[in-house]
Design a protein around this ligand. Sequence first.
Ligand code: HEC
Ligand code: HEC
Ligand code: HEC
Ligand code: HEC
Ligand code: HEC
Ligand code: HEC
Ligand code: HEC
Ligand code: HEC
Ligand code: HEC
Ligand code: HEC
Length: 247
Amino acid sequence: MPKRYIPAAILTLALLATGVAGYLVPDENQKVPVRILFDNSGGKVVFAHLTHHRKYQIACARCHHESGQDQTPLPCGSCHPASFDQDYVRDHVAAFPDQKSCVKCHHAEFGELAFDHQAHKAYAGDDCRACHHGPDIEPEPGHCKDCHTLTGDGNMPNLRDASHRRCAECHKDMFDKGVKGCSPCHRMKDMKGYQGPFTPCRQCHQAPNHQLILNRTNAFHDQCMQCHKKEGKGPRTDKDCGECHMR
Ligand code: HEC
Ligand code: HEC
Ligand code: HEC
Ligand code: HEC
Ligand code: HEC
Ligand code: HEC
Ligand code: HEC
Ligand code: HEC
Ligand code: HEC
Ligand code: HEC
């Protein structure tokens, strides 16, 4: 190494050491459990929590992926419940100390619609019925949301499906992209510091909630196993159940 690089290298190493120490030594105020016992139907699991952090040198945030360095981590189950049923919807708000965690899941809200009505009259060759109904339903063309509600009503589709069906006549390509294709028409709100109200996931996602967020058992199994596989260490195959579970 050329001489003039040595001071820089020492400085870098010093900074690196401080950085590593900074994240290996937990904040004084944080209680870090040494061991955690999971009592479950697959057989008890004793998890060497502190060993994973200290000895295997795993940063808190790699497992507690919801938290910053400065906050006490939440139990995984407050976000990964046994199932996303009505009890969860009713009780989950109380499981969080403040509003900061909400946007982890309630991550998107639509703002204004980007739609140039004037231009579209021309695109449709002044055929209002490319989008609007005839006079049997709409005496005068008007706002779709005057009749189509968010939930729908009998054989009247909800606002999303009614509008999308018309727009898709010409913009099938946007809808083919799934959730990646919403933004040309829907401007997204800035979610930093957003405090609600929250739109139910199912209004934007056609997939059920448990396919969007892992349930409790899968959250544990996936996190433990994915890391063990990646590191090539620790119990990680279908034959290793007994290395975690006591039967
Ligand atoms: C290898 C993964 C892993 C690492 C690294 C890790 N934790 Fe944990 N921690 C867990 C799991 C899993 C639980 C159990 C959570 C549960 O019961 O829902 C837990 C539980 C906790 C709890 C108890 C939470 C509660 O109320 O149930 C605290 C506090 C905690 N960890 C703090 C830390 C801190 C601080 C660090 C870094 C110094 C850290 N953890 C590093 C995986 C980890
Ligand atoms: C504040 C809510 C919250 C908490 C607490 C939380 N998660 Fe998650 N987790 C999520 C959300 C939301 C996703 C899906 C979006 C994403 O990937 O960020 C997710 C994704 C995951 C995934 C799949 C993606 C990945 O990172 O591999 C695993 C596994 C997981 N969580 C395990 C855990 C475990 C284990 C804990 C506790 C140590 C935990 N989570 C705590 C909200 C949370
Ligand atoms: C782990 C992900 C997650 C976190 C974190 C979360 N929620 Fe939810 N929330 C959901 C799911 C899933 C539903 C059910 C939505 C559905 O059925 O489409 C829901 C539903 C709701 C509803 C009812 C919406 C409706 O009209 O049906 C409200 C209100 C709500 N959450 C508020 C909050 C608040 C406030 C916070 C933060 C304190 C929060 N949520 C944190 C996942 C989460
Ligand atoms: C490409 C689809 C499309 C075409 C074609 C179209 N409209 Fe519309 N129109 C809409 C949508 C969507 C709304 C609701 C917009 C909203 O609520 O912000 C709307 C709203 C309206 C409204 C009420 C809002 C306003 O701007 O006052 C009137 C009136 C209207 N259209 C008249 C017409 C007439 C007349 C034609 C034919 C010359 C026409 N539209 C052609 C989609 C269309
Ligand atoms: C005055 C009330 C009213 C307004 C305004 C209205 N609709 Fe409807 N819409 C209805 C009713 C009622 C039905 C059910 C009619 C049926 O069963 O044939 C319906 C059905 C539909 C359907 C399903 C049947 C079909 O025609 O394909 C679509 C799509 C639709 N509306 C789109 C729209 C769009 C897009 C707008 C705005 C540009 C709009 N509607 C404005 C009342 C309205
Ligand atoms: C009759 C065909 C037709 C219908 C129906 C139609 N559009 Fe369009 N739209 C066009 C054309 C043509 C353009 C301009 C060329 C382009 O960008 O594809 C356009 C452009 C757009 C753009 C700008 C494209 C971009 O990439 O930024 C938006 C946003 C848009 N339309 C929204 C809508 C919405 C919302 C509806 C349903 C209410 C709708 N369109 C229905 C034909 C249509
Ligand atoms: C081609 C334009 C277009 C695209 C692409 C599009 N939308 Fe829409 N969407 C509309 C229009 C127009 C409305 C009716 C809004 C109104 O009248 O206020 C609407 C309404 C909705 C609504 C009900 C109103 C609300 O704000 O809650 C939801 C939910 C929605 N869209 C979700 C989506 C999602 C999710 C995607 C991406 C998968 C998407 N949209 C893609 C044009 C589009
Ligand atoms: C207002 C519409 C809207 C609501 C409400 C919404 N999402 Fe999403 N979601 C989106 C959009 C748009 C994307 C795509 C973002 C991107 O990739 O640019 C997305 C992406 C995701 C992804 C990434 C995986 C995927 O499907 O591409 C997950 C996971 C997810 N959302 C979960 C949730 C959960 C859980 C809720 C409810 C607690 C929720 N979303 C509520 C619009 C929404
Ligand atoms: C981010 C990486 C990571 C995560 C997440 C993780 N582990 Fe590990 N685990 C390791 C590594 C690395 C070893 C191997 C250490 C060695 O053999 O030197 C290990 C070893 C183990 C061992 C055998 C040795 C011992 O210390 O007991 C068990 C049992 C274990 N892990 C359980 C778990 C459980 C249970 C979870 C989930 C709650 C989990 N691990 C999550 C990295 C991880
Ligand atoms: C790396 C450690 C690890 C391995 C390997 C492992 N598990 Fe688990 N398992 C856990 C943890 C941690 C939990 C979560 C306990 C909780 O929910 O409190 C769990 C939960 C379970 C549950 C409880 C489901 C419930 O709802 O109560 C079952 C059943 C289970 N595991 C079966 C298995 C089987 C079968 C295998 C082997 C194919 C296996 N596990 C391998 C760590 C492991």
